[in-house]
Design a protein around this ligand. Sequence first.
Ligand SMILES: Cc1cc2nc3c(=O)[nH]c(=O)nc-3n(C[C@H](O)[C@H](O)[C@H](O)COP(=O)(O)O)c2cc1C
Length: 340
Amino acid sequence: MAGGVNTPQLAAAVSNAGGVGSFGFAYSTPQKISEDLAATKAMTKGPINANFFIFSPVELPEPALQRMAVEAIEALPVPDHFSISIPQAPFFPALDKQLEPVWEQRPALLSFHFGIPPGRVIDQAHALGISVGITATCLKEAIAIQSAGADFIVSQGIEAGGHRGIFEPNANDEQISTVALAALLAKHCSIPIVAAGGIMSGEDIRAVLAAGATAAQMGTAFLCCDESGTPPAHRDYLLNRQDRETVLTKGFSGRVARGIENTFIRRMAGQPTLPFPIQNTLTAPLRQWAGKTGDGEYQSLWAGQAYARSRPMPAGEFMKLLNAEMGSVPKFNPIVDGNS
Ligand SMILES: Cc1cc2nc3c(=O)[nH]c(=O)nc-3n(C[C@H](O)[C@H](O)[C@H](O)COP(=O)(O)O)c2cc1C
């Protein structure tokens, strides 16, 4: 999970308890990536996953639209303690630079969101013994991922918190649910399916395994763990404002993402936004101000549809609880058990 939520302490606790501790390194500098991987490796010998975004080339739209996007933010009813300016290129970090510490430190897994990395990246990972996973939100994307030589597919249901991993942001989104998508991909693909979206308990994990997934990926469920870097207001809304709905919004970043509805999302509905990730940079000063003042109404409170089932506790304890809830189910393996 990008945005400082993943800490070495959280990743290590998950890996030490038999899971795969993950990092969302989407916007991170090579130095931060290197430090986080090294710090985690010092605390666990278990598998770690490094996750990156596949950014598409992007340009600023015409000046009139730029002005409208800035005005939409400036019109928000917040004190004027931050300044908004049009971001300048480069609009996103260079993947090859971000991957340098990955090649050095060799986490067991490397995963990508929003598309397929260049073939040379997959080849390099394989040469170093690193498994590659890529998010799919539909069958077409899953088949492209398998054809590209990836080792597993992260099957992201519409329930999932955070950014929707759809390859083409403007394409029709089938919005398939977690269990339905996992079953569909397990039937048509021969590589393992890692189901994601709304999975909060051991019983939920059993459900996706029964549907044909090999593993479960959980985001929101770990946001309230003690070791997580979730900002206090985000944590507060997850635990104490559970009557709020989650909604899909492009307002924060320019790409569709699911979070707890707040004033920002309501006010930005239908407003012009800059393309992803330029909008993310545009809204950064506002989000930073909201983070400093603890105002959850202007932060991106990313959360899956099932966030109201969050259980705050240390991550190692949570992993034990998940295992106990799962019980000893025979694991369905789509590779061995076939495309039945
Ligand atoms: C706070 C937050 C940040 C996220 N950041 C990323 C990310 O950087 N890369 C990624 O592949 N998925 C990201 N996701 C999506 C997760 O990979 C996963 O699809 C999602 O958490 C599953 O749904 P759940 O949150 O209901 O468990 C994020 C999710 C959340 C809640």
